[in-house]
Design a protein around this ligand. Structure first.
Ligand code: PEP
Length: 261
C-alpha cells in the first residue's frame, strides 16, 4: 500500500471536435455517477485536442463535474512570435491540470528530442501544470533487451537540469511504442519491471521522497478488461489510455475496473 492516488488519464489524440468532446465528457460523467468515485479513489483526467479545451472547461466548471482535464502538448516558448504554438500559461488559464509531454507520436511525427521535451517540462512547471512525461522503447529495443536502459536514458535526458524540488508532482508514463494503438499490451510483469526500474532510478537521482511520491503510469492498449491486472503492480499508479478513452462509457468502465482492483 502507498499514498499515491491512482491516475487514469484518457489521451484522445486528434479525435473528437469540440461538440463531440462535450458529448464524450457528459457520457463519461454519467457513466461514472453510480460508482461515486472521489479523490480518495482516483483521479480521472481527459486530455482532448487544444480546440476542445475551452468547451470541456465550460462543462466541467458549469456542471461542477468531478473530472480533471489537460492538454496533449505545450510550447517550450513563452507567449510571443511562435506561430501555431500554445503557451503553458494559456493552458493553465483554461483550468488544465495536466499536460502530456514527449508522447511517442510527437517524438516521431514532430522530431521532438529529449532536449525539447525537457524545455517543455520546464515551461509546464513554470505555469503550474503537472507534466505527464512519456517514455518507452521501440519493439526493436525490446527484442534486443535494451528496453530498460533506453527508457531510463530517455527519462534522464528529459529531466536533465531539474532537481527534486522542481519535480514534485511529476507523472511518468511508461508507454512501450510497440503497444500503442496496436492491441499489443505489455504484460503486467513487463509494466511492473519498468515501473520499478523507473522508481529506483528516480531514487538514485533525486532521493527516496521523490521516488516514493512520483506516480508512474503504464500506457499501451489498456482497456477495461486488462487495466486491473496492470495497476495491481505495486509500482504502477494508473494508466494513460488512448483508444479506450474515446467513448465515455468505455472509459468509465475502465476507471471502475481499475479502482476495483
Ligand atoms: C496513448 O496514446 O498514449 C495510448 C496508450 O494509446 P492506446 O491506449 O490506444 O494504445
Amino acid at each position: 500500500m502507498n499514498d499515491r492516488t491512482l491516475l487514469l488519464a484518457g489521451n484522445w489524440k486528434m479525435n473528437h471536435d469540440h461538440l463531440e468532446a462535450i458529448s464524450a465528457v457528459q457520457k463519461l460523467a454519467w457513466a461514472l455517477e453510480d460508482a461515486k468515485l472521489d479523490d480518495s479513489h482516483c483521479e480521472v483526467v481527459v486530455v482532448p485536442p487544444f480546440t476542445d479545451i475551452r468547451s470541456v472547461q465550460t462543462l466541467v466548471q458549469g456542471d461542477k463535474l468531478w473530472l480533471k482535464y489537460g492538454a496533449q502538448d505545450v510550447s517550450q516558448h513563452a507567449p510571443g512570435a511562435h506561430t501555431g504554438e500554445i503557451a503553458a500559461s494559456f493552458l493553465s488559464r483554461l483550468g488544465c491540470s495536466y499536460v502530456v509531454i514527449g508522447h511517442s507520436e510527437r517524438r516521431a511525427d514532430n522530431h521532438e528530442t529529449n532536449e525539447v521535451v525537457a524545455t517543455k517540462i520546464k515551461a509546464a512547471l513554470s505555469a503550474e501544470l503537472t507534466p505527464i512525461l512519456c517514455v518507452g522503447e521501440s519493439l526493436e529495443q525490446r527484442q534486443e533487451k535494451s528496453h530498460v536502459e533506453f527508457t531510463l536514458g530517455q527519462m534522464d535526458e528529459s529531466l536533465a537540469g531539474f532537481d527534486a524540488a522542481d519535480l514534485s508532482g511529476l507523472v511518468i508514463a511508461y508507454e512501450p511504442v510497440w503497444a500503442i494503438g496496436t492491441g499489443e499490451t505489455a504484460t503486467a510483469a513487463d509494466a511492473a519491471e519498468m515501473a520499478s526500474a523507473i522508481r529506483v532510478r528516480l531514487g538514485e537521482k533525486y532521493g527516496d521522497a521523490l521516488a516514493q511520491t512520483t506516480r508512474i503510469l503504464y500506457g499501451g492498449s489498456v482497456k477495461a478488461d486488462n487495466v486491473a491486472e496492470i495497476v495491481a503492480s505495486a509500482d504502477v499508479d494508473g494508466a494513460l489510455v488512448g483508444g479506450a478513452s474515446l467513448s465515455g462509457p468505455d472509459f468509465a468502465a475502465l476507471c471502475k475496473a481499475a479502482v476495483a482492483k
